[in-house]
Design a binder for this molecule. Structure first.
Ligand code: BGC
Length: 365
């Protein structure tokens, strides 16, 4: 009996070793794709597009989703390393990913930070994302335009409430600061009044934390909007809500629609990601805009970058701007490739989201 168990163990071990080396043995290099979560729709698109692009360039590739749990994602990364990954593309959950990135470097596995900067690390060299400050500028700019803030007066100011993304996601600061770069002049002029906590920059940590949404959780955003409606915003009629992405925008809109004041007069609510349900909301006049970041393009560009790194070539990433100054992890400035986001409204959603083949026309009613 004992002998049999030992034999089984040996066989199992041998099997896993073959698997660990399998990627290299077959002549194909192996790319591990660690995505942070699935509750925000885009990441499933990212995962699928990354895998398809990697396979197209002749790589083996596997995707794992961390369910917004860094411990889980670290285990997935460690699994990729054990399986003999040559390179990892990581959309991290939070800074807890550092130990996994250090393990990768120790084992000579390259890491590309995907969409989200991995802060606090000097153990990787490359970052690929969209211009996230511009995402925020589109959101802030949409509010300026819709509320005609350039014509607003102190006697008749407009009212806004602010939401931000996860305080553990570096992108959340960029989105917010981009939006506030558009809105701040009007707040300072006194024609735009902030209802509730009022950070004018993400550097106002105490107030930023109050408007931030841990792990981009829709239930938390909805709850906070409900609390505002019964609290700070009770005696105002809001003209706009700055929402950082579509998942949170819809949760906020849901809360607004429970208040009689807003049923026929929804404030201008911003978004991001071009999620299908939000495109429907935009068509129906419930959500004002979204910012589309074509995950197909980001995925393709990331795999091109991976390919160049693995071949020891200088990366040439069409459609991306190389930035070697802005993205400081706190330990080093990483080479960053930035793609262009697109502002989407009722006027151009058909062209941007459907004509481009991202969605099919019959997916929108
Ligand atoms: C991404 C957004 C996304 C958010 C929540 C951010 O890091 O850039 O596209 O909406 O995470 O998943």
């Amino acid at each position: 009996m004992k002998k049999l168990t030992v034999l089984c163990l040996i066989l199992l071990l041998a099997g896993s070793m073959v698997f660990a080396q399998g990627a290299q043995e077959g002549g194909k290099k192996f790319i591990g794709l660690a995505m942070p979560e699935t509750h925000v729709e885009r990441w499933q698109m990212d995962g699928a597009a990354l895998q398809a692009a990697a396979i197209e360039l002749g790589y083996e590739a596997e995707v794992a989703y961390g369910d917004a749990d860094q411990t889980k994602q670290n285990a997935q990364i460690s699994d990729f390393i054990t399986k003999g990954a040559d390179l990892l593309i990581i959309g991290s959950v939070n800074e807890g990913v550092l130990s996994a990135v250090a393990d990768a470097r120790r084992d000579g596995v390259e890491v590309i930070a995907y969409d989200r900067l991995i802060t606090g690390s000097d153990q990787y060299d490359y970052y690929i994302t969209f211009d996230n400050f511009k995402v925020g500028q589109f959101q802030g700019g949409a509010i300026v335009k819709a509320l005609q803030l350039d014509k607003a007066t102190t006697a008749n100011p407009k009212y806004i409430t602010l939401f931000a993304g996860s305080p553990t996601d570096n992108n959340a600061f960029f989105f917010f600061d981009g939006a506030m770069s558009e809105l701040r002049p009007f707040v300072e002029k006194g024609v735009l009044k902030i209802v509730g906590p009022a950070p004018l920059s993400s550097k106002d940590t105490a107030n930023f934390t109050r408007i931030a949404t841990e792990n981009w959780r829709a239930d938390l955003a909805k709850q906070r909007m409900e609390n505002l409606l019964n609290g700070d915003a009770k005696n105002y009629k809001l003209d706009a809500v700055l929402a950082p992405n579509d998942t949170l925008a819809r949760a906020i809109i849901e809360a607004l629609l429970t208040d009689a004041k807003y049923i026929n007069a929804i404030p201008v609510v911003t978004g991001q990601d071009g999620e299908l349900a939000s495109i429907q909301f935009i068509k129906d006049g419930k959500q004002a805009m979204t910012v589309f970041k074509d995950t197909r393009d980001l995925a393709k560009a990331a795999i091109k970058l991976a390919d160049a790194i693995l071949k020891g070539e200088a990366p040439v990433i069409a459609g991306a701007r190389l930035d070697t100054e802005t993205y400081d992890t706190g330990k080093k400035v990483v080479k960053s490739y930035l793609l262009e986001p697109v502002n989407v409204t009722k006027d151009n959603y058909v062209q941007v989201m459907i004509d481009s083949g991202y969605y099919k026309a019959d997916q929108i009613r």
